[in-house]
Design a protein around this ligand. Structure first.
Ligand code: AOF
Ligand code: ZN
Length: 380
């Protein structure tokens, strides 16, 4: 690949940043629904003298194909000729079910490509931009690259760590508790924060809880936002001793929402069969020789192998602690409610007052009475 000197790269304008920001928002549309592929967005914008106009838009389709560029170019048709394409990821350079997007942009007569995140996929990794430049298109890479990378952090994490990205999300009371043992579901956060949680669920490939949470709370773990019901991610239960009963809400709804139980290979075959009859699938796990628990790194590798890029760990304390202890938490969301649970409460494995020692705070919000804190790994 020929090196491109800085002087040859046309600078990004304010207009470029504006359209890229719009593309980045649009890319969120299919986040969590494109399997191993990131959810990418493309806007085709042309200016015939009266100002820039979007003539085509595309986002990576459900399941990962067709790619965003193909969809946007199809909508733009002839109007792509001489236009600028804003793409949140470097256009691909490889032949999949369709020819490379870089070639499609060239063939459509696009004059300029503005891209955001770099693509670590070795089949792309600079080759997409090289195809565009070799055909005489002007290329401005890395415009709002960090913002775009956030929309595809699961995908980028998979390439970096060879496993799905893990987000641990916990609702924590003002006195640092996540619930009461034996007390069923305890309401810690209010409806505004809860709706945000459901939005976060919708953007993940899977939600994971420990079997303790399942027994205590009998949760549904789906996305219950109006109009987003079909976006419920796969549900995963970490259940080494296979304690899940077929009458649990999760098992009863396994026919509607994919449900996976991670357990040891030698789990009781009769219990297993009863759950399989409900539509539950199984993931056979290895034992961690030190703790006797499910070996989490290997389990994540297996989940990656079946196409998952992002897992939301939602509880409980023990499950959260085991991901934290194994240093497998890439992103952390703590939602601090205004309630107090009291001395009988189950202590959260991590609370906002100390999370900053281990994680880098990235943003915080207030949702009604609740405070929402987001962190990423310090080394990211
Ligand atoms: C693009 N536009 O919208 C996306 C891209 O399995 P395939 O053939 O679909 O290829 C997956 C790779 O395509 C993925 O690893 C990444 O490099 C790229 N994703 N590229 O030009 C898109 N989603
Ligand atoms: Zn492509």
């Amino acid at each position: 690949m020929t090196a491109v000197s800085k002087e040859m790269i046309p600078a990004a304008t304010e207009t470029d940043r504006r359209f890229m920001a719009a593309a980045i928002r649009f890319a969120m549309r299919n986040a969590g629904r494109t399997a191993t592929n990131p959810s990418v967005a493309t806007l085709i914008v042309r200016d015939d003298g009266a100002g820039p106009v979007v003539v085509g838009r595309g986002v990576t389709a459900l399941g990962g194909r067709p790619h965003a560029e193909t969809v946007a170019l199809a909508e733009a048709g002839d109007r792509a000729r001489g236009a600028t394409a804003y793409v949140t990821l470097e256009p691909c350079a490889h032949h999949g079910r369709t020819p490379p997007c870089a070639e499609a942009l060239v063939t459509a007569g696009v004059a300029r490509v503005v891209s955001a995140a770099a693509d670590p996929d070795p089949r792309v990794d600079g080759k997409g931009h090289a195809i565009l430049r070799a055909a005489g298109l002007s290329v401005t890479p890395r415009v709002m690259a960090e913002e775009a990378a956030e929309t595809m952090s699961g995908y980028l994490n998979r390439h970096r760590r060879n496993r799905p990205e893990v987000t641990l999300k916990l609702a924590v009371s003002r006195d640092g508790k996540i619930g009461i043992r034996g007390g069923g579901q305890v309401k810690i956060t209010g409806p505004v924060a809860d709706a945000q949680t459901h939005l976060v669920r919708a953007r993940h490939d899977a939600i994971l809880v420990g079997s303790g949470t399942l027994l205590e709370d009998d949760p549904r773990l789906d996305c219950r936002l109006p109009g987003l019901g079909d976006r419920s991610p796969t549900r995963i239960v970490l259940d080494p001793r296979l304690r899940t009963e077929p009458d649990r809400a999760l098992a009863r709804t396994a026919g509607d929402t994919p449900t996976l139980i991670a357990t040891f290979v030698d789990a009781d075959p009769a219990r297993r069969a009863a759950l399989v009859a409900c539509g539950v699938a199984f993931l056979s796990c290895e034992t961690d020789p030190d703790t006797g628990r499910i070996a989490l790194p290997e389990m994540l590798e297996d989940l990656g192998a079946v196409g998952m890029s992002s897992i939301l760990v939602e509880g409980g304390a023990e499950t959260g602690a085991s991901f934290l202890d194994s240093d497998l938490v890439d992103r952390l969301i703590l939602v601090e409610g205004d309630t107090e649970v009291g001395p009988n409460g189950v202590a959260a494995p991590i609370v906002p007052s100390i999370a900053g020692q281990r994680f880098r705070p990235v943003r915080s919000y207030r949702f009604g009475p609740d405070r929402w804190f987001e962190y990423v790994r310090r080394d990211d």
